[in-house]
Design a protein around this ligand. Sequence first.
Ligand SMILES: *Cc1c(COP(=O)(O)O)cnc(C)c1O
Length: 405
Amino acid sequence: MYLDYAASTPMDPEVVNEMMFHLKGTFGNASSLHSYGQTAHQILEQSRENVALFLNAKPNEIYFTSSGTESDNLAIKGVVFKQKRTGGHIITSKIEHHAVFHTCQYLEKLGFDVTYLDVDKYGVVDLNELEDAITDETMLISIMFANNEIGTIEPIKEIGKIAKNHDIIFHTDAVQAFGKLPIFVGEMNIDLLSASAHKVYGPKGVGLLYIREKGEKLGSKKYVEPILHGGGHERGLRSSTENIPGIAGFSKAVELCRQNMSKEAKKLTGFRDHIIKEITENIEDVYLNGHPTQRLPNNVNLGFRYIEGESIVLSLNEEGIAVSTGSACSSKSLQPSHVLLSIGQKPEEAHGSLRITTGRFTTEDDIEYFLEKIPPVITRLREMSPLKKGRNYMFNKKNLKPQFH
Ligand SMILES: *Cc1c(COP(=O)(O)O)cnc(C)c1O
């Protein structure tokens, strides 16, 4: 039973069908002049229109990429490299996905100045702190739409307003929000937005970057420098022969999201609140991570005291249940999550977190099975735990392994 939709989603069968059709038939290079090329080009442009419609954007504001990670890199590096080689200022938050976080750290090494905004105990950025962080050198604000670990939704519209008032470019990593929450790039003053197909029942290795046409002032797309140079695909911004089956699959996935989004959000919010209520009422020493209401419909993140999230994941795996400790990227390392540390948790608390994320194919039976299996797992792990209540322990800062006295 799969309850790790934030890490990746299974492809919708309709997406698979759509892709199969193009994998078999639409092999032409979209840049070729002959009819094979024209067919591929048509599919590409239809997909662009379809995705643009979903974002309330214009087709020529959509650029296809190879992933959410690439879109984040292109947005951030592209904007700052266009304006300055070194020395400019970027504002982001302490809870970004590694695709944004590590890109900003890399830019610091190149001489850029980065402010990482604090978040409150729910993971929400402080708008006053954002205002205060802005300087004459600020070129870009990059703040995620919704967090992949704790599910918290950021005040995007308010951030967009601040960015606009100060005439600063605003990028948002919307990989988790896209397909789950309504997004209006115009109203929200979003200049750049990243999304990824495999988080919305599409294929892996396909993403998109929305880039607002800025008209007179900054010219069209003239404020982003390409990071891939080559044949000039995607209107010069992202060279590489277009992945037509992948892009058509993404487009189909978006169409299905458009049809199902509000219905699905309702269903998943019901599951989410049911899981939170059942677990916090029936298991001791457990707390919710992230915002109680301003959170993704499909995200539950719980902290269990005295035990480690990894042990819970492995035990539940034995029962046929797939969940996660947090982000897929950090779940194989022993480093506590930077997101949980940023909402004020101690490393030992951060190690006890469990993320349950549901999706289109999750059923009520799945939830009941999970709720039946988890209490004995927690009880058994706590019985074995050296971290149990009353014992003295502390963490060795270097390797974060518990040391006993
Ligand atoms: C998954 C994810 C990414 C990375 O997307 P890929 O397509 O896997 O590279 C970036 N940001 C967030 C918030 C994500 O959840």
